[in-house]
Design a protein around this ligand. Sequence first.
Ligand SMILES: [Zn+2]
Length: 145
Amino acid sequence: MREFEFTKAPINWIPATILVATPIAAAIITPWYLFTHDVSAPVWGVFGAFMVWTGISITAGYHRLLSHRAYKAHPIVKNFLLLGSTFAVQGSAFDWVSGHRTHHRHVDDRLEDPYSAKRGFFFSHMGWMLRNYPSGKFDYKISLT
Ligand SMILES: [Zn+2]
């Protein structure tokens, strides 16, 4: 029965549209823009800084600081990481922490892990966002394991 719920999970239209359209648009628009415009060094610098900031914010912020409580941080650092995580467009801290703690609690369980690698590489990285799977329901009361 639970496996049936996975195969018949309704499409999550807004994230699915964004996740499909964005890489297609980027693959077309980015080369065109770079070919037809001069991009100055400061713009590349800001791009690089945002890549580093958002990447560190997800890793050190949403993941290690909030999901695992691996360390304590000064409120300025915490807010810096939360802002960077917001720019990373990976959803709210509440949703991210809930999903990640559920993932660790049921790691690689086909039905309980929201990002189960047992469902394949694509599912564990992107597929889980395309449909409203039963394992994707958020539990904001889930604690550290
Ligand atoms: Zn983790």
